[in-house]
Design a protein around this ligand. Structure first.
Ligand code: ADE
Length: 314
C-alpha cells in the first residue's frame, strides 16, 4: 500500500509564480521580483507573525476606488507554504526603480523630477485620505490613514511618478464606527509625529490624517535634500534626523530631538533661492508643525504643487 500523500500544500487557485531575486527586506519579511507567466510582479512574503498585517493590507487594497495611479496596484493575496510553515504572500505590480528611499540614496533629482514626485505623492495621499460618498460614485470609499508613511513605502514608476505602498498598519474610518482598540503608537520611530511620541493623540480620523501629513513633510524634505536645481551643494543622502540620532534611534532618542528640543531637519538657504523649491520649503515647514492642526492637508499640498508644475495633469 502506498502511504497516503499529505494534503496538497499549494491551493489549486495559486498562480504559477517564479521568484527571481529579493528586492527589499524589512521587519515584515521580503519583497521579491517575480514573474507571473507573462508579467513581472512584486511578491511580498510575510512570516506567520505578520498575518494581521497581510489581512489589513489586502483589506485596504480591496476597498472600492483603490485602483488609483498613485496607489500601488494590487494583484492577489495568497496563503502558501507547507504544513509546517505558512507564508503569507501579497502580489502587486512591480516597479523596477524600487522605493523613493533607494532612489534618493543613489540619485539626485532636478526640480522637474522633484515636483513630479512630490505632486504624485500628494495626489496618492489625498486619494487615500479622501472619503468618497456613495451618492457621488456607485461605491463608497472610506477615508484611510496610512500610519507608516516614509520614503521606503513610496515606490517610483519608470516615468518618475510615485505610488504609495505598504498598508499593513493602515486604518479605515467608517462613519459611526469607532477605531476600536487601535493603539496610537505605531509606525516607524523616525517618522513619528510629536503627538504620537508624547502619547497625546486623540483617536479621531483627522488626528490620524495629520500624523500622515507630518511624515509626508519629512519625506518631502528628503526629496529637497537631493535636489540639484539650486546653487548650493548637494550632500549624500541622509534620512530625516540621521545627523542627530543616527541610523537606529531608540524611541527616547527621537522623543528628545522631536518633542523636547523641537528640532526638525535643516532647510538650506540655497534651496530657498529657487522659487519652486522655496514654496515647497514653506509647505514642508507647515507639514511638520508641532501643532497638528496647523498642518496642511494632502489635497492642499497637491494643489500647491500643481501650480508649480502646470505640465502634470491633475
Ligand atoms: N519594493 C517594495 N515593493 C516593490 C514593488 N512593488 N516593486 C518594486 N520594488 C518594491
Amino acid at each position: 500500500l502506498r502511504p497516503q500523500s499529505p494534503p496538497s500544500p499549494i491551493p489549486a487557485k495559486s498562480r504559477s509564480i517564479s521568484l527571481i531575486e529579493v528586492k527589499a527586506r524589512g521587519k515584515f519579511g521580503a519583497v521579491w521580483k517575480a514573474t507571473d507567466i507573462k508579467e513581472l510582479v512584486a511578491v511580498k512574503i510575510m512570516a506567520p507573525q505578520e498575518k494581521q498585517s497581510w489581512m489589513t493590507e489586502q483589506e485596504i487594497y480591496k476597498l472600492p476606488l483603490m485602483n488609483h495611479e498613485n496607489i500601488l496596484r494590487f494583484i492577489a493575496a495568497e496563503r502558501r507554504g507547507d504544513v509546517q510553515v505558512t507564508e503569507y504572500w501579497l502580489i502587486t505590480e512591480f516597479h523596477e526603480l524600487g522605493s523613493l528611499h533607494d532612489f534618493l540614496k543613489h540619485n539626485t533629482v532636478t526640480w522637474e523630477q522633484l515636483s513630479r514626485i512630490a505632486f504624485t505623492i500628494a495626489r496618492g495621499l489625498a486619494h487615500l485620505h479622501e472619503e468618497i460618498p456613495s451618492e457621488k460614485i456607485e461605491c463608497y470609499k472610506p477615508a484611510v490613514a496610512h500610519r507608516d508613511f516614509k520614503s521606503s513605502n513610496v515606490l517610483l514608476k519608470s516615468d518618475l511618478s510615485a505610488c504609495i505602498a505598504d498598508f499593513g498598519l493602515a486604518l479605515i474610518f467608517k462613519p459611526s464606527r469607532s477605531c476600536g482598540d487601535t493603539h496610537g503608537q505605531v509606525g516607524t520611530r523616525r517618522y513619528m509625529a510629536p503627538e504620537i511620541l508624547e502619547g497625546a493623540i486623540n483617536f479621531s480620523r483627522d488626528s490620524f490624517l495629520r500624523i500622515d501629513m507630518y511624515a509626508c513633510g519629512l519625506v518631502l524634505w528628503e526629496l529637497l535634500s537631493r535636489c540639484s536645481s539650486h546653487q548650493g551643494t548637494v550632500t549624500d543622502f541622509k534620512l530625516p534626523f540621521e545627523k542627530e540620532v543616527g541610523q537606529h534611534p531608540t524611541l527616547e532618542d527621537i522623543q528628545e530631538v522631536v518633542v523636547h528640543k523641537k528640532m526638525r531637519p535643516v532647510i538650506e538657504k540655497s534651496w530657498r533661492e529657487h522659487s519652486g523649491l522655496n514654496v515647497l520649503c514653506d509647505t514642508v515647514e507647515e507639514l511638520w508643525d508641532h501643532d497638528a492642526e496647523a498642518r496642511v492637508s494632502a489635497c492642499c499640498v497637491m494643489e500647491r504643487m500643481s501650480i508649480q508644475c502646470q505640465s502634470i495633469p491633475s
